[in-house]
Design a protein around this ligand. Structure first.
Ligand SMILES: [Zn+2]
Ligand SMILES: [Zn+2]
Length: 302
């Protein structure tokens, strides 16, 4: 394996799904490792970060990590209290996420490790933890360049553009595509032909900006949580129907799409069915988008 890759440690949304019927996909919540030589970037600290932390303690090359969080919903931070490098002297951990100031990031993470929710507080962390200035829009970690943008999801939620090895990768774990069941052209036409509400305009601006970031990505890791019928029941919850994710990836001329943030209620059979349907949509639209299911343990060579 090359030393430049992404590895999925947690691919579920909402809550863990540790069931025998779900194991080909995986049961841990959001966590993806990006590795360029000895430089390690981690996106999100869902329960997938727990086995990643244990694996890190078994190697000697890396002692510094940058962890970027999309937001603070439990499925994206619940693994952090069990991330062993944080409790180990000699490690340096840089943490970034949404907030007005670096103290916000610190406060949000400390809250889940406070009585009566957890037995030890963040002062039990023996590593050197540094919170990155929340006002930053761009970061670097060694040769890895990172830029944030806003997604459509309850609470302030970031997507990240990650550039490494000359490739553009987009991590957009939680994002509700705003005009489901229409193509982008129809959406633009519809909005152009009528007076959009201020909310619609704001959402359209967010959407356009997110589209600009995603356009032409080599790898797009994107929310594809719901089937069409489940989406109808959970409209506004901040997640996408996989059909809209696939259509958006085609419209945005993405090269490779990884369906991500799988619903914990979907077993491997359901995930396989929605993947097969995604491939049919791509074929029907004469697109060359590669489409894959994010699976725990899966690796993208970059
Ligand atoms: Zn989530
Ligand atoms: Zn969320």
């Amino acid at each position: 394996m090359s030393t430049r890759y992404a590895r999925f440690w947690g691919v579920r949304g909402s809550c863990p799904a540790p069931f025998m019927t779900h194991m080909q996909t995986g049961g841990n919540t959001s966590c993806v490792e990006f590795r360029d030589g000895n430089h390690l970037l981690i996106c999100d600290a869902g329960t997938g970060i727990i086995p990643l932390g244990d694996a890190l303690l078994r190697q000697n090359e890396i002692r510094e990590i940058t962890l970027i969080l999309t937001h603070y919903h439990w499925d994206h931070i619940a693994g952090l209290p069990f991330f062993m490098p944080a409790f180990t002297p000699g490690w340096k951990i840089n943490i970034f996420g949404p907030g007005q100031a670096r103290t916000d990031i610190e406060a949000y993470l400390a809250t889940q490790m406070r009585e009566p929710f957890f037995p030890v507080e963040t002062d039990a962390w023996l590593s050197d933890v540094e919170y990155i200035d929340a006002g930053r829009t761009q970061l670097t970690h060694g040769p890895i360049h990172i830029e944030r943008f806003t997604l459509r999801h309850p609470s302030n939620t970031y997507g990240y553009r990650i550039d490494m090895g000359g490739k553009k990768i987009i991590y957009a774990s939680d994002n509700e595509l705003p005009f489901p069941s229409e193509g982008i052209d129809e959406k633009t036409e519809r909005l152009g032909g009528s007076e959009p509400s201020s909310r619609e305009t704001r959402e359209t601006d967010t959407w356009r900006q997110a589209m600009e970031y995603m356009h032409g990505a080599d790898f797009l890791i994107h929310d594809a949580q719901y089937t069409k019928s489940d989406y109808e029941k959970k409209r506004g919850w901040g997640h996408s129907c996989y059909i809209d994710t696939v259509n958006m990836a085609i419209d945005a001329k993405v090269k490779n799409l990884y369906l991500f943030h799988h619903d914990p209620g979907y077993d491997d059979g359901v995930i396989d069915r929605l993947h097969r349907h995604s491939l049919e949509i791509i074929k029907e639209r004469n697109s060359g988008v590669g489409c894959y299911v994010s699976r725990e343990g899966g690796v993208i060579e970059i």
